[in-house]
Design a protein around this ligand. Structure first.
Ligand code: ZN
Length: 119
């Protein structure tokens, strides 16, 4: 289905992404710590501070979720079921995996999923 070479290539990609996300999350967390340690001088400053940290939290949450998906994909490589759609159990396809190496669904199932979410 996928060649060993293709899997190795995608694994490399996943490991690079994983490292990037981990350092992003670390950096964001230390920035939030810094903000928390700052005492706002008046109410106006405090509002800005709150807005900023809310934004950061959303971004971190997104990155943490992405990191989890990467971990799952790496596990699948170890277990030999990487690149299989979780819904229809068909191969996701190398083209799609090259764009998103931690994809869980094939293009067809992803579209079905998105449509059902919109309802
Ligand atoms: Zn599918």
């Amino acid at each position: 289905m996928y060649s060993q070479e293709e899997i190795m290539e995608l694994k490399e990609e996943l490991l690079i992404l994983k490292e990037k996300l981990q350092s992003n999350i670390r950096k964001a967390n230390s920035e939030i710590d810094l903000m928390r340690n700052q005492t706002p001088t008046d109410e106006g400053d405090f509002a800005v501070l709150t807005n900023d940290s809310t934004l950061d939290f959303t971004l971190i949450e997104k990155q943490v979720k992405e990191l989890e998906e990467i971990e799952v994909a790496l596990d699948k490589i170890l277990n030999g079921n990487y690149g299989i759609c979780e819904m229809c159990e068909e191969p996701i396809g190398i083209e799609r995996l090259r764009v998103k190496p931690y994809a869980k669904f094939c293009i067809v199932c992803r579209e079905i999923n998105e449509k059902s979410l919109k309802k």
